[in-house]
Design a protein around this ligand. Structure first.
Ligand code: ADP
Ligand code: MG
Length: 312
């Protein structure tokens, strides 16, 4: 049994959303406890993770230090956060495994996700990232070629491209490590977005990939049985935030697609999780689960949270 777990923001920041180094280490250390339990039960686990708050922090450093140190592009931010989050995760996981008397190695892979050079998402920035700024400060960055949008009361926010992941280029490296017995952390932040040039070379692009969509693709490429999207709610609900709210348990893909088309899942949060689950199952995956971090051990065997399965 092989499972890919996608860890959300709550596995990497404090309950209040703080992302100081100690907050991240504490949250990841806690998150690795249920992950280690799962590994102890004999399940083959692969991990991936988000990186929103961490990239947000890097962007602030870029902006504040721009006159001293050249700012780096978003693909570099992706690579850097894969590195630091991977490092902290591997440390925490090995510690949790050691505490259970399990002698397994863990490794983090800097992972590239190929996107299409002509993806409409590259030309049309739709994803808000980083901090809010007042108009005059945003204007300076707009003059440097960035796209910023007036987001109303809270101020202006940078908008970046969010293309579709097409292929996880380093999936073969992840597979080789799994075969060698490693617990692998890979494709953080959805993967570092790259395009392939006509001569076959690969280069990074200024974009971010949705973590959940990247997870669905990696899960298929690694032929995992179950995709688990671990987040800060027990599952997806219909009529979210209204008095009619009701939890979704076991759902088949066509039904889930219908709920999504009716607009039940917010874009940028639950929407991509539901889309990721549907894609994984439509492309041959057995089941995909959206649930809270604390319940991931059960998610592998029982229908906890929201479980998406193929049509009967
Ligand atoms: P993560 O960091 O784990 O990716 P997100 O914040 O992106 O988490 O997504 C989880 C959030 O999605 C929940 O905390 C909830 O506020 C929001 N959400 C939006 N629509 C729904 C829905 N229909 N059902 C449940 N949660 C929803
Ligand atoms: Mg998210």
């Amino acid at each position: 049994m092989r499972v890919l777990i996608a860890l959300g923001g709550n596995a990497m920041t404090s309950p209040e959303g703080h992302a100081r180094p100690e907050d991240q280490i504490t949250a990841i250390t806690q998150a690795m406890e249920p992950v280690a339990d799962l590994i102890a039960s004999g399940v083959d686990v692969v991990l991936t993770h988000g990186n929103g708050p961490q990239v947000g922090n890097l962007l602030v450093k870029n902006e504040l230090a721009a006159s001293v140190v050249p700012p780096v592009t978003l693909d570099w931010c992706g690579a850097q956060t894969q590195g630091t989050i991977g490092f902290v995760t591997v440390n925490a996981l090995q510690r949790a495994l050691h505490g259970r008397g399990i002698d397994r190695q863990a490794a983090a892979v800097v992972t590239r996700a190929r996107v299409d050079a002509d993806d409409p998402g590259l030309a049309n920035p739709t994803k808000p990232i980083g901090r809010y700024l007042p108009r005059d400060e945003a204007q300076v960055l707009i003059e440097h070629g960035q796209v910023w949008e007036d987001r109303g009361e809270r101020g202006w926010r940078r908008m970046v491209a969010s293309p579709e992941p097409r292929e996880i280029l380093d999936a073969p490296a992840v597979s080789a490590l799994i075969r060698a017995g490693f617990v692998v952390v890979a494709n953080g932040g959805g993967g570092i977005p790259v395009v392939r040039d006509p001569d076959g070379t690969v280069r990074g692009v200024e974009a971010v990939i949705d973590k959940d969509l990247g997870a669905a693709l990696l899960a298929r490429m690694l032929d995992v049985d179950t995709l688990v999207i671990a987040t800060d709610v027990d599952g997806a609900v219909l009529d979210y935030g209204t008095p009619r709210e009701r939890a979704l348990g076991l759902v088949d893909v066509p039904t889930m697609r219908k709920h999504a088309a009716e607009g039940h899942f917010a874009g940028g949060s639950m929407g991509p999780k539901v889309e990721a689950c549907c894609r994984f199952v439509e492309n041959g995956g057995r089941r995909a689960v959206i649930t809270s971090l604390g319940r991931i051990a059960d998610a592998v065997s029982d229908d906890v949270g929201t479980t998406v399965v193929p049509a009967a």
